[in-house]
Design a protein around this ligand. Structure first.
Ligand SMILES: C[S@@+](CC[C@H](N)C(=O)[O-])C[C@H]1O[C@@H](n2cnc3c(N)ncnc32)[C@H](O)[C@@H]1O
Length: 236
């Protein structure tokens, strides 16, 4: 799979792309991830990429010219042209179903915003989807792009050592359950014991117990109200 990341801050990605699973997958040629500096497509002696919003208001907007030129150049450089995703707080919210959809693409082009975001004509000019990683505002699209790359890469065949692990993760499979409790050694920790069923060696009982626990964990997550402490903190 190929992923092009268009950003004003390519340096932010170095440790992220080189480490652990992603670094190994890139070295093995399973993932082809490229960074492109949007500023390389700016014109004029100052290579300006942002300007004040028409109608007034705080901050600066990314000018459409450099962003669109960058997207078009990247798409023309290789085939398939790829699916263009602009990172925006107001975009389609990322969840595991969206991650699965993106992982099925041969190529993604991720466009990171900065300042107060994109001029609206970028989206009108290139056929782009908008993706949000959640209902909060980051300073730039780079961290959001990292979230997408990480989540998508786990589903690309060959990236994880054991593909079964992604199939068993939370939000995966037809039922989209979250994972129940897991335990490793020691069998007893500060008076807390590993459930007997997990030590039984009876794989059918273990599978049934895990399924029950996952259903319960999912029910609690979706139906149990926040703890009073958390609720208080979120109230102005
Ligand atoms: C400070 S934000 C711009 C916020 C914009 N003025 C608004 O109110 O929607 C700058 C950039 O960060 C990125 N960004 C911020 N929050 C994001 C989120 N939740 N998901 C994806 N990208 C986000 C986008 O690329 C955005 O253009």
């Amino acid at each position: 799979m190929r992923i092009d990341i268009l950003t004003l801050f390519p340096g932010m990605f170095s440790g992220f792309l080189d480490g652990s699973l992603l670094g190994a997958a890139r070295t093995a040629g399973i993932l082809d991830i490229r960074l492109v500096d949007i500023r390389d497509f700016a014109e004029g002696p100052h290579r300006q990429v942002d300007d004040r919003p028409f109608g007034g208001g705080p901050g600066m907007l990314l000018m459409p010219g450099p962003v669109v030129s960058c997207i078009e150049a990247v798409q023309q450089a290789a085939r398939p042209a790829g699916r263009v995703l602009m990172l925006t707080p107001g975009g389609r919210r990322l969840d595991q179903a969206v991650v699965e959809e993106l992982a099925a693409e041969q190529r993604l082009v991720l466009v990171c915003g900065r300042y107060e975001g994109f001029d609206a004509r970028v989206k009108e000019t290139v056929a782009a989807d908008e993706i949000s990683i959640g209902d909060y505002v980051l300073s730039g699209g780079e961290v959001a792009a990292m979230v997408i790359v990480d989540a998508v890469a786990r589903l690309v065949p060959g990236v994880l050592g054991d593909e079964e692990s992604a199939r068993q993760d939370s939000f995966s499979g037809a039922d989209r359950l979250v994972e129940g409790p897991q335990y490793t050694r020691p069998r007893e920790f500060r008076g807390l014991h590993v459930p007997e069923v997990l030590l039984s060696g009876d794989h059918r009982r273990i599978a049934a117990w895990r399924q029950e626990q996952a259903v319960e964990a999912t029910r609690r997550r979706t139906t149990v109200p926040p703890t009073p402490g958390l609720a208080r903190r979120s109230t102005p």
